[in-house]
Each structure stands twice: as C-alpha cells, then as structure tokens.
Design a binder for this molecule. Structure first.
Ligand code: TNX
Length: 530
C-alpha cells in the first residue's frame, strides 16, 4: 500500500483527482533558501529515472515540483519549523513550509509516495534484464512499469515531538564515515532529526582531540572481540555533521563520563586514581571504569574535561552535548555526584545544553535545561523514575528511550541466525523485542509525573556489541526504528489507540523502498513484505 511512515498529522487521498506523473519536462522550482533542498531532491530523483530534472529559481509551471517557503505559513496550526503541507496531483507537486526544515520533511513524504524504485541507485541490478525490476533507462522510456506516478494527496503535517533520535554506538564496533552517511539517509526518510553518536567507551575513543592526542593514538586501536578499531578525524566528523545538517538532522556527540572511560584511562595514566594506565579492553562488561574524584587527580581531570568538552563543542553546531553518566558502578555515590557536577558545569560552560543518561538525576546541582535520557523499562526499575524526575524538577526535560521497547540492539523476535551463526543482538531488557513492542507504548505513560510538556522527544539507541557491520546495524534497526519514528512524529493516538494495522500496511510499502535502496531490514512476521 502507498502511504507514509511516520503517519502524517493529516493526509487525504484525492480519489477523484488524477495522479502526478514525474516525467520530462518536470523541473524543481526552488527559489532562495529552498534551492539546496531542491538540488538534493533532484539528485535523488535523477538517479533512478535518468531524467534531467533541472532545479530553477523562477515561478512554477505545469507539472513542476515546487518548494515554497512562506514565512506566514502554519501547517495544522503548529509552530514547528518542521511543519509543511504537500499537495500532489496531475497538475504538479507543491510543498509549502515556513522553514527549510519543513520543506525537507515534505520531500521525504513525497519520496514515499513515489514508486519504491525511485530510491534504486543500482542500475546494474534494477535495469538489467531482471524482469522483476524492469526499468527506467531501457528502451521503454522508463514507463513500462506504470511510470513514476504518485497518487493525488493533500497532506498537512507537523511533528508531535521536536526530538526524534537514533543512537549509534561507534565504539563497541567502529563504523567508517561512509557507513554513517548511509545510515543518515535511511533515518532521514523516516523524518528522524537527531543522530546521537556514542563516541567514547571502555573499548575505544573514536573522536580526535588535538590537545590529548593519545586518546585516539592509544585509545582508538581496540574494539569488541579484537575487531578493528578506528576513529573520526575532525574533518571526518565535520563531514558527518555537514551531511546530517543538509538532511536536517542534528548530530549529538556523546562523551561518556565518568564511567565507561577505560579507553581514556588506558591512554593517560594521570587520569587514573592510582596514576597507573589501564590496559586496553575488548570485552563487553560494563561498570568497571571511572574517572577519579581524588584531589590529587583534580588538576588533570579538570583539564581533560575542559579540553575534551571544548573541542567536541567546537565541532558541534547543534545545541546539545551528551556527557553519558550511565552505569558508573565503580564510582562511589559521593564521587559520582561531585564528578557529574564538574562534568555538567564544564559542558554547560561551552554554551551547550547538557544531555545525560537518567542517572545524572543523582546530582542536585545540574545546569539549567539539562536533559535526562531515560533508559529503564516501561515499568521503571529501581530509582530510575525518581532520578528522571529529579532532572525535571531542576528545570530540565526528558528523552524517552525505554530499553524494553526502544533499544534497537535487542534481538528481534524469531530472528533467524545470521551468517555469523547467532541471532544478532542482545537478549536483556525483556528481549527479544517485537515490532509490536516497539510501536505499542506511549512516552507520557512511563514515568509518573512526567507529562507531554516535559518530554523533549524519543530516541532509539543501538549499542553495537554484536553488530559488526553496517548491515548488522541496519538489520537490527529496521523495521523497529520506523515504529519509534511513528511514536515521535505522529499525533497522539485517540482513545482507540495507535493505528497498528495502518502502520503495518504502510510499513510493507516502506519495505519496498528499503529493498530498492539496499537498506537491510529484518523481515519480521506479521508484515506482508513484498
Ligand atoms: C547498557 S543502556 C548500556 C550500554 C550497553 C547496553 C547494551 C546504557 C545507558 N548503557 O553500555 O552497551 O546496555 O544493551
């Protein structure tokens, strides 16, 4: 079925209106600030169609795709910069928004309304003699399969939450820049607007820091199980940030502190409480490493925090800096509080809003606007709820990542053994996690006392202890991340609950897009995949 994931706030199929047909002399009309988005869309549409699709500044003509920026425009009476309307008919396509972010989101909806093969960049596979794929650039002028047709629709759309994230752990296994860019494209199709990169942990340090060169010199060489290490140079990292920004995603860098720091502790002896450098670590245990709160280490530790957080903030045009704070199980409570205060104060002094895993609520002196990332279960475990509330009571907000439904690294239900011989993923967090689990939760119903206004958004983290390649990452992420995107973007469900059947039907259409784009996904039961 043709449809859009995540479900738009309002969508009407115009049954009595003829569909849109993308064919020469279609142009993209994108004046002013809309122009880069027009260029990006044209680049995508040219690949599979082979059409020229010029991008022009002037006025829209018949059958053009028109991107209209309009300051005074509000879709569905929302103020979000991501809101947009999309009108598709035989007369052309008009995407209108008050900001460039909204225009870009509108192009993602258009992509999903067009035939899936619009995302196929592999001409050899798609346009060879394989009948199933018959194609655009053969002797049939590209229309043998019915053409590049999109149904006539009227969409008026805006997100429910401002923050809709995915997290990729690039430490336990390292993923080169090209892999990350590929992942960003797949996230953008789902209107995900944040990619949180977990850049440091016990097993590796993945971001160049000029003033502490051994962080990568020594700390980047390892990964889980002896896999190849690696790190992003500053120019690598800027490429990721820029590529994401063009697609209206913000990169949130995470430097995990004060625990999960064995890689730093192996690179610099002076950060250790006993002044002795730790050995590199390639296992998957957590909770054994910590920065030192001892007075004799204060000078080195404070310099480290200042330099690292400054250099990372300088690479970060976005508003957020994630300082970790999770599972500091070998840090005493008093030391944890003291260290988190120093870490968050330093991060905030870089002009950034601090994000930390919900444990940071143990600190009573968090900077204004600090954000807790909740990672306990739908049924909060231990003191997770009170720690999260503590952050909110100090004036902060919450990102919801309940591990039993939003963690992408947990095994899929019924997933088949992989070529590695084991089902991918971990099995804690009440796993395996089904697609229904990922869809059937409501962010406001988890932590008592935390309501819509205190929730910045949702995020689906993907830890990579078992994910060795980007195909493994994609297999774990898709399709469950589409459910998280739906929760983050689509309107609060009414009394009858979320439209599960509609989601499944739309997801089956999206699967065809993933097939065409070569995005790996787990063909979970219960979805009529093509
Ligand atoms: C817990 S959840 C962690 C990570 C692990 C993950 C495995 C959280 C904030 N920390 O260090 O990779 O479990 O699922």
């Amino acid at each position: 079925m043709t449809g859009i994931v995540p479900a738009p706030a309002a969508l009407t199929f115009l049954e009595h209106v003829a569909p849109y047909r993308l064919a020469p002399p279609t142009r993209i009309v994108a004046p002013g600030e809309a122009h880069p988005i027009g260029l990006l869309l044209a680049t995508e549409l040219r690949v599979a169609t082979g059409f020229d699709i010029p991008v022009v500044h002037g006025d829209a003509g018949a059958a053009d795709i028109s991107l209209v920026l309009n300051d005074g425009f509000y879709a569905v009476e929302q103020t979000s910069v991501e809101s947009y309307t999309l009108e598709v008919s035989h007369a052309g396509v008009i995407i209108e928004a008050r900001a460039t972010a909204g225009l870009y989101r509108g192009t993602r909806s258009l992509r999903q309304l067009l035939p899936a093969r619009i995302g196929d960049d592999d001409h050899g596979r798609a346009f060879g003699d394989d009948d199933d794929h018959g194609g655009a650039s053969g002797d049939d002028d590209g229309l043998a399969f019915g053409g590049w047709v999109a149904p006539a629709v009227s969409v008026s759309d805006a997100p429910r939450f401002d923050y809709r994230g995915a997290m990729l752990d690039v430490v336990r296994h390292f993923f080169p820049v090209e892999d990350v860019l590929r992942f960003i494209d797949a996230l953008a199709l789902l209107k995900i607007n944040v990619l949180h990169l977990h850049l440091t942990d016990d097993q590796g340090w993945r971001i160049q820091i000029d003033s502490w060169p051994e962080l990568t010199g020594i700390g980047a060489s390892t990964a889980v199980g002896g896999a190849r290490g690696g790190f992003y140079s500053k120019s690598d990292y800027r490429r990721i940030v820029d590529y994401a920004a063009e697609r209206f995603l913000t990169i949130v860098p995470e430097i995990d502190l004060p625990g999960h720091t064995n890689a730093a502790l192996s690179a610099y002896a002076e950060l250790n409480h006993d002044g002795v450098a730790r050995s590199p670590y390639e296992g998957v245990e957590v909770g054994f490493s910590s920065l030192s709160a001892a007075p004799e280490r204060a000078e080195a530790t404070d310099q480290f925090l200042e330099d690292v957080l400054r250099e990372v903030a300088e690479l970060t045009p976005g508003p957020w800096l994630h300082i970790g704070g999770d599972e500091s199980l070998s840090t005493s409570k008093a030391d944890y509080r003291a260290l988190v205060e120093r870490i968050t104060t330093t991060a905030a002094s870089m002009g950034k809003t601090v994000i930390g895993w919900h444990e940071i609520g143990a600190s009573p002196s968090l900077p204004a606007d600090t954000i807790a990332q909740y990672w306990s279960y739908l049924e909060p475990q231990g003191d997770a709820a009170s720690l999260t509330r503590s952050v909110v009571e100090q004036g902060g907000q919450v990102i919801m990542s309940p591990a039993d439904v939003a963690y992408l690294d947990i095994q899929h239900v019924g997933s088949q053994p992989t070529p590695h011989g084991y089902p991918l993923g971990l099995d804690w967090a009440n796993g395996p996690t089904s697609l229904d689990d990922a869809l059937a939760w409501e962010p406001t119903e988890i932590v008592p006392g935390i309501a819509e206004a205190q929730i910045l958004g949702v995020e689906a983290p993907l830890w990579t202890e078992t994910a060795c390649t980007i195909s493994d990452v994609e297999f774990l992420a898709f399709p469950r991340i589409a459910a998280i995107a739906e929760i983050g973007w689509s309107p609060l469900p009414g009394a009858e609950g979320r439209d599960r059947d509609g989601f499944v039907a739309r997801l089956s259409g999206l699967g065809a897009h993933w097939d065409a784009a070569g995005t790996v996904y787990c063909a979970v039961d219960g979805v009529p995949w093509h």
